[in-house]
Design a protein around this ligand. Structure first.
Ligand code: THU
Length: 384
């Protein structure tokens, strides 16, 4: 197998990537052949597609400002991360882990390496479409595959390996199940991430810095070229051993229940809390679309206190509701208000997947499911 680098001129926003690759290949006596796999780096595709943003054109929202402070990010970059991702899974100083279209990305794939000063390069708008179009234009009757590649670290490993973001013309993942191991035992779960492995091979030649090699041709790889044009397969987060193992507990709230939070904040105004002075409001959204609100109700004998969440739940149940989508809780506290243990138990009776939005009057908010907040709960199932 050979990995042949294509050294191009600097690719700028709006450049025709195929023309640049053709010119570079002609200049170094390279031409695509039947069976070749062209691997192009994600940031080059994105740059040519004009996915370059000047940070001074970006205005950070209040949410971006608070998340930028939390994760030590530039607020404008945080704004772009929020716009570009489907979900923020958490983060460490400088890096926010995001989900976009089922793929995990650091910082929503937003890159400031190989971007002009003051600019960042976003991820290609539709990498699979880009790969398809590059192949359409570059094949010229030859049987080739095109992969758009990026680099990633694996959990707890130092250094990046290749990952295919899009692949056209070959199977990205080979199913090795059913094949025999050296001792004749049948392989049960092995699938080979062929496209990812090819990107890793490509990156040995491409490098990540100023090498000016944004694409490579992989020749004589033991891969068959076909008319396959399917997205890179992914698995749902809860079935992934890393995410499944680590994803529990509250995450930053990134939208979807603003109205529910607002109603909970209103309900806190009617709380009866003369003893603690700690006013809490809850708003419970039923699957039928109705919202039931309440504040906490205190008593001179504090054991008789009723939290806002259980007061809202009582109103909903008394109105005939049994199924709920989400509950927002707002209190005038430094941290978002978390439901107490008794409320978690009362709510989980009606569903482990109820979304809990914990907020404070300043606008900080976190979200989790009830199962996240009450793992291994005692429920009706345990009685059966
Ligand atoms: N409280 C709630 O209403 N909800 C919570 O999630 C936490 C605590 C109330 C109960 C009591 O009236 C006051 O806050 C102080 O504990």
């Amino acid at each position: 197998m050979q990995v042949l680098g294509i050294k191009t001129d600097l690719i700028s926003p709006g450049d025709d990537l195929v023309k640049s690759l053709d010119k570079a290949m002609a200049g170094s006596g390279l031409a695509l052949q039947d069976g070749d796999i062209l691997v192009v780096s994600e940031s080059t595709v994105a740059t040519a597609e004009g996915r370059v943003v000047a940070l001074h054109d970006v205005t950070a929202s209040p949410l971006a400002l608070s998340m930028a402070a939390k994760y030590s990010k530039d607020p404008r970059e945080m704004e772009l991360i929020l716009q570009e991702s489907d979900e923020i899974m958490g983060g460490i100083p400088g890096v926010v882990l995001t989900l976009r279209g089922g793929f995990l990305y650091p910082n929503a794939g937003i890159d400031n390496s190989n971007a002009p000063p003051g600019h960042v390069v976003l991820f290609p708008a539709d990498a699979q479409k880009s790969a398809f179009e590059i192949r359409e234009r570059m094949a010229r009757g030859r049987k080739i595959a095109v992969i758009i590649g990026d680099s990633r670290t694996h959990p707890l490993r130092l250094g990046c390996v290749g990952v295919a973001l899009a692949c056209v013309g070959m199977e990205p993942v080979e199913d090795a199940r059913g094949q025999k191991d050296l001792f004749g035992r049948e392989l049960k779960i092995t699938r080979k991430a062929v496209a990812d492995n090819l990107v890793s091979a490509a990156q040995i030649v491409m490098g990540e810095g100023d090498e000016g090699i944004p694409a490579v041709i992989i020749r004589d790889a033991p891969v068959s070229i076909s008319e396959v044009h399917c997205a890179i397969p992914t698995i749902p987060p809860q079935e992934c051993m890393y995410i499944g193992a680590l994803r529990s507990g509250p995450r930053p709230y990134t939208g979807g229940y603003d109205q529910l939070i607002e109603q909970a904040a209103q309900a806190a105004k009617d709380a009866y809390a003369p003893y603690s002075g700690f006013l809490v409001g809850a708003a419970l959204l039923s699957r039928s679309g109705k919202i039931y609100t309440a504040g906490n109700i205190e008593n001179a004998a504090s054991g008789a206190d009723i939290c806002a969440e259980r007061a809202a739940l009582a109103r909903a149940i008394a109105s005939g509701e049994k199924e709920f989508e989400a509950i927002a809780i707002v209190g005038n506290a430094v941290e978002p208000v978390s439901p107490c243990g008794i409320c978690r138990q009362s709510l989980i009776e009606f569903g482990e997947d109820i979304i809990v939005i914990m907020a404070n009057a300043k606008g900080d908010a976190m979200t989790a499911t009830l199962a996240d907040l009450l793992p291994k709960a005692f429920t009706g199932k345990c009685l059966r």
